[in-house]
Design a binder for this molecule. Structure first.
Ligand code: NAD
Ligand code: UFG
Length: 341
């Protein structure tokens, strides 16, 4: 059987990055099984994925902490690899309710790993985050930079990373690709799926698109006194479709490599908040009213990736530029002003 006709389990596949990755998997010929409890997503995302690809997804509504369900799923489908997106990701909520994050993210992942090993499935691609670096001493940030997450969400990611490294070291039949994402933005070019946050967006791009579509009056720019060219925070924004393709490259890598591997996925380029606002205005033809607000607690000045290890090992590079990120995010938001809800 060629790898492309393999069955891949996508946890959190109804979510933002999981739905875009499912499209790339289906387009490459993989069979896709999704488990998602819809805690932060809509089944309409799965419908859209099927429509866009003209392929079907085996969707199971359920929780990765439910071992009985996982065992049934591995018994019913010949799952050869897992891409694991399911998790909670709100930094502020994780500070207020840390146990929720350790239960959902850390325990949920352990439960998934146990079910995989029980079923003889030994390849896992895991969604980690650049947040594990905390406030890095220098940029670009490479994988060898010290890890020092500053909140329970970030610590849940690092705990899972450590768990995976230990398990892979002990079990030669189990391998993991740990992908540290920088700032995923944008949407599928069809405009049929995109980022659909519940409540006020925490992240910059969805906030901007909601201002553009009239759902919010103005953007607050959190600080203009950072040590950056224009004083606003600088981040490495990566198109979600590039990110999705990085997962396919990681899957292929695990076909020929055994162990635990860590890769940054970013573009290697930083843009400031004001540069993002201007790029969005230019590509969308809208005006984004904004005011300068105080710094947001916990924010850092500058973060961007050294992605050379992913280029070397995975033969993967981000291809889509900032204009594509903005134009695609806007196509989705203007077509679906209220997202899937
Ligand atoms: P998302 O919330 O859109 O997707 C996560 C999905 O997982 C949701 O559909 C949610 O319903 C589901 N889910 C959560 N807990 C579950 C559980 N216990 N069982 C089953 N399903 C569950 O988020 P996203 O932006 O697509 O992020 C995907 C992954 O990437 C997450 O693990 C996140 O921490 C990580 N990540 C995201 C970013 C980002 O900025 N978006 C950055 C770095 C890392
Ligand atoms: N920003 C604003 N106004 C907003 C939202 C954000 O000015 O309304 C600024 C922030 O201060 C920052 C930049 O825009 O300078 C990007 O902020 P995001 O919240 O979009 O992204 P962060 O880099 O702060 O955080 C993201 C994820 C985290 C993850 C981190 C590292 O949200 O979960 O990347 O991967 F931990």
């Amino acid at each position: 059987m060629s790898s492309e006709s393999e069955c891949v389990l996508v946890t959190g596949g109804a979510g933002y990055i999981g739905s875009h990755t499912s499209i790339e998997l289906l387009n490459a010929g993989y069979h896709v099984v999704v488990i998602d409890n819809l805690a932060n997503s809509s089944p309409r995302a799965i419908d859209a994925v099927q429509r866009i690809t003209n392929r079907s997804v085996a969707f199971h509504r359920g929780d990765i902490r439910d071992r009985t369900l996982l065992d049934k799923l591995f018994a019913d489908h010949d799952v050869r690899a897992v891409i694991h997106f399911a998790g909670l990701k709100a930094v502020g909520e994780s500070v207020a309710e840390p146990t929720k994050y350790f239960d959902n993210n850390v325990y949920g992942t352990l439960n998934l790993i146990n079910a995989m090993r029980n079923a003889g499935c030994g390849r896992l691609v895991f969604s980690s985050s650049a947040t594990v670096y905390g406030d890095a001493a220098s940029v670009p940030i490479s994988e060898s930079a010290p890890t020092s997450p500053t909140n329970p969400y970030g610590r849940s990611k690092l705990m899972i990373e450590d768990m995976l490294r230990d398990i892979c070291a002990a079990d030669p039949t189990f391998s993991a690709s740990i992908l540290r994402y920088f700032n995923p933005v944008g949407a599928h070019v069809s405009g049929e799926i995109g980022e659909d946050p519940l409540g006020p967006p925490n992240n910059l791009l969805p906030f901007i698109t909601q201002v553009a579509v009239g759902r919010r009056p103005e953007l607050s720019v959190f600080g203009n006194d950072y040590d950056t060219a224009d004083g606003t925070g600088v981040r490495d924004y990566i198109h979600v479709v590039d990110l999705a393709r990085g997962h396919l490259a990681a899957l292929e890598f695990l076909e020929t490599h055994t162990g635990a591997f860590t890769h940054n996925l970013g573009t290697g380029r930083g843009f400031s908040v004001l540069e993002i606002v201007r790029a969005f205005e230019r590509t969308s033809g809208t005006t984004i009213p904004f005011r300068i607000a105080p710094r947001r607690a916990g924010d850092i000045a500058t973060s961007y990736a050294d992605s050379s290890r992913a280029a070397h090992d995975l033969n993967w590079r981000a291809q889509l530029d900032l204009d594509a990120m903005c134009a695609d995010a806007w196509r989705w938001q203007s077509r679906y002003p209220n997202g899937f809800r």
